[in-house]
Write a new protein. Structure first.
Length: 299
């Protein structure tokens, strides 16, 4: 082997990131919690796709699932309750070269954070939002969340939940999201592919991930999933938003897979076309977006 080729092989070896490179800290979730499997899938994804840790950011709010950034060795931002999406928006605008993944729960994203969801969706910023849906507030020990099924007993509904549950995938579709998918923590191979497809998609992507809370969410209907789960039919037209909405909100079947995907202008591209950049090519010398100029626009 010539010297230059061996140097090249050594360089390639050095640049590939192994699974251990993304394993940061021992997860503190309960044994059997769906979030453990989701974390492992995300670390495998990072390694297999060789997402450089220094160019990857996991952002979260507050809740059991929002602890995820603390267990991935990459950049991370564990924010305040319900504010993961605006933080992620700021991170991506500050440096559009980064891969930005948001991890948060149904309570964080659809209760206190619900006001941010439609507005980040309609800006079509190129981030991926994993909504880890366990249908309960786990961290605070079992209160009704926006996706808790109707009729079950929780600590805040001693006579049974009276509200109708929200549907994360259906909501994202109604807000006009350009990529919407649904996965399940027990189907990690499919989940890994869905998240990768979401990351590759240019624009906002939501992946609702059903993730059972084995400690406080036993009554939340996950036992019935085995009979309800079905993959999105191959005949489904992913560009048909009405068909996607019908699949997302089907009362009998919980469809997993990509429900909707559309190619449309992404926020940073649009801002660059409008002159919102510093007027130069993306390089390593600083933010590609004039952040100060945008503060008024997005605050
Ligand atoms: Fe997971 Fe529930 Fe335990 Fe939280 S309380 S770590 S959601 S099983
Ligand atoms: Mg929850």
């Amino acid at each position: 082997m010539s010297r230059s080729l061996s140097q090249c092989v050594i360089k390639l070896h050095e640049e590939h990131h192994a699974l251990e490179d993304y394993q940061g800290g021992v997860p503190r979730w309960c044994n059997g919690c769906g979030d453990n499997a989701i974390l492992a899938a995300m670390q495998r994804l990072c390694s297999e796709e060789d997402l450089a840790p220094e160019n990857t950011v996991f952002v979260s709010g507050i809740g059991c699932s929002s602890r995820l950034p603390g267990f991935v060795r990459s950049y991370g931002f564990h924010g305040v309750h319900g504010r993961a999406l605006p933080v992620a928006l700021g991170v991506k605008l500050g440096n559009p070269r980064l891969t930005v993944v948001v991890a948060g729960g149904d309570g964080d994203g659809l209760s206190i954070g619900a006001g941010h969801f439609p507005h980040v969706v309609r800006r079509n910023i190129d981030i991926t939002y994993l909504m880890l849906d366990n249908r309960i507030y786990g961290l605070t020990k079992g209160q009704t969340s926006p996706t808790t099924p109707r009729g079950i007993w929780t600590k805040t509904a001693p006579h049974g939940v009276i509200e109708y549950p929200m549907n994360p995938a259906g909501l994202a579709l109604s807000y006009g999201a350009s990529f919407v998918a649904r996965g399940y923590s027990n189907q990690t191979k499919q989940l890994q592919q869905l998240v990768m497809d979401g990351i590759r998609h240019r624009g906002f992507s939501l992946v609702q991930v059903l993730s059972p809370c084995v400690t406080f969410g036993r009554a939340c209907g996950f036992d019935a999933l085995a009979e309800q789960l079905k993959e999105v039919p191959e005949t489904h037209d992913r560009k048909d938003s009405r068909a996607a909405y019908l699949l997302a909100t089907d009362p009998e079947t919980m469809y997993t897979g990509i429900l909707y995907e559309d190619d449309r202008p992404e926020l940073v591209e649009v801002l660059q076309q409008q002159g919102g950049t510093r007027g130069r090519e993306l390089d390593d010398s600083g933010p590609a977006i004039d952040v100060e100029r945008l503060i008024g626009r997005f605050s």
